[in-house]
Write a protein that binds this ligand. Sequence first.
Ligand SMILES: [Zn+2]
Ligand SMILES: [Zn+2]
Length: 168
Amino acid sequence: MSEPVASSGFLDGGCTCRAVRYRMVSKPLFVHCCHCRWCQRETGSAFALNAMIEADRVQLLAGEIVLIDTPSQSGKGQQISRCPVCEVAVWSIYGGAGEAVRFIRVGTLDEPSRLPPDIHIYTASKQPWVELPSDIPAESEFYKVSARWPPESLERRAALLEKFPRRR
Ligand SMILES: [Zn+2]
Ligand SMILES: [Zn+2]
């Protein structure tokens, strides 16, 4: 079931049992490597890699997902989308960012190396043995989006905010 991923602009991925297959139809807005303790706990690892993308740029190619309500650091909660069979998480929706943006778990892509982190965040709680590259921005906690995202992503973000005004 291999797909001609590299020849298309698409980024395809899925769960471990392959019941769920999805496609990102464009590049993401921005990619976080998050070293917060919440991500460490949820992944059972040292950090999480999340590619943010507009929800309408993600297509479910096969299977269905179940939404699991999960606490989040902000207190606003998140919904983690999981395969109902193997229960691997493929993306999250955060209360703060809203349903308009999905946080794709980069490790579920067929070719995760195509989306290296644009920024390392919450490095204050990173594991001491993780050494960060000097050429990628790093923040001890969060960061100011307008100062870090490339112009094209900021434009896409502005379009989103127009379509989905923040409900805070
Ligand atoms: Zn599965
Ligand atoms: Zn995190």
